[in-house]
Design a protein around this ligand. Structure first.
Ligand code: NCD
Length: 307
């Protein structure tokens, strides 16, 4: 039985197969409409979410399956003190696969260790968010045609942003990928990523504070929100919250074929005027998120389509 706790749980080849499957689902949705008939997904969300929960649910329903779950810790037995380990053991009696989001780093791994069904990490604290990364990779590969030879700018809260951590982890496996890490000095990537992931693998990267300086060299600009809920003080958040605002003037400095991605939700870091720029890909990214989660559910459940 397999789980997805980090994007590295799958080889580059396996990810390619999954993305091929996602692209086929995009072209031939009807072929996949019943491959999960009779299967059930449980969504265990101890932290707020719109896209991640609903896209997993939509993915399962598009495959003919059903969905059960809870969307806040307060409405689950966690409020009574039940552990993740106990909850997941029991969920195996109700469902065939589970997606879990939890504020604590490592919660999904604990769940996987006690589960009798495949577990999808839908975000564990400031740590990892592998299905967002699958979404990001699918979007880049589908719209740019490649995952190698790219200069990727990651901008915003690189300290607490789990989508950033997962994406860096995944992208270093493709040849000639360079990173421009754009953040206030207080919100730089954690040192374990700088040292163990980037430097240890000889990846080219620079850390800068001004988005304008990075714009001309980027193939991908990955914007992120300042992660308010992970700050220790409100004052600190207020000081950081307007650090970056991508607007039309900054977009004018970017390459013509650059893509702007964002895991969403957006707060104010991308001005709405950018939405109509053909390079803005964040809403298309949401759609790829459904296709790749369909492919992931099929892969974890070892479901094949009848050809
Ligand atoms: C992200 C998350 O939850 O980490 N959202 C998402 O799943 N698309 C990004 C964020 O909350 O800023």
């Amino acid at each position: 039985m397999r789980h997805i706790i980090s994007p590295l749980d799958f080889t580059v080849e396996e990810l390619n197969d999954m993305m091929d499957l996602a692209n086929d689902i995009e072209k031939n949705p009807a072929k996949y409409a019943h491959v999960c008939d009779g299967k059930r997904l449980a969504t265990l969300f101890y932290e707020p979410s719109t896209r991640t929960r609903l896209s997993h649910e939509a993915a399962m329903m598009n495959l003919g399956g059903q969905v059960i779950g809870f969307s806040s810790a307060a409405s689950s037995s966690a409020a009574k003190g039940e552990s993740v380990a106990d909850t997941i053991r029991m969920i195996g009696c109700y469902a065939d696969i589970a997606a879990i989001r939890h504020p604590k780093e490592g919660a999904a791994l604990v769940a996987a260790q006690h589960a009798t069904i495949p577990v999808i990490n839908a975000g564990d604290g400031g740590h990892q968010h592998p299905t967002q990364t699958l979404t990001d990779l699918t979007t880049i590969r589908s719209l740019k045609g490649r995952l190698d030879n790219l200069t990727i700018g990651l901008c915003g809260d690189l300290k607490f942003g789990r989508t950033v951590h997962s994406l860096i982890n995944a992208m270093i496996r493709y040849p000639n990928v360079k990173f421009v890490l754009i953040s206030p000095s207080e919100l730089r990537v954690p040192s374990y990523i700088r040292e163990n992931t980037l430097k240890a693998n000889g990846i080219e990267f620079e850390e800068i504070e001004h988005l304008e300086d990075a714009m001309p060299k980027l193939d991908i600009l990955y914007m992120t929100r300042i992660q308010k809920e992970r700050f220790f003080s409100e004052d600190e958040y207020l000081r950081m919250k307007d650090s970056y605002i991508l607007d039309a003037a900054k977009m004018a400095l970017g390459k013509e074929d650059m893509l702007v991605l964002h895991p969403l939700p957006r707060v104010n870091e991308i001005a709405v005027e950018v939405d109509n720029d053909p390079r803005a890909a964040y809403f298309r990214q949401v759609q790829y998120g459904v296709y790749i989660r369909m492919a992931l559910i099929m892969t974890l459940l070892e479901v094949k389509v009848d050809e």
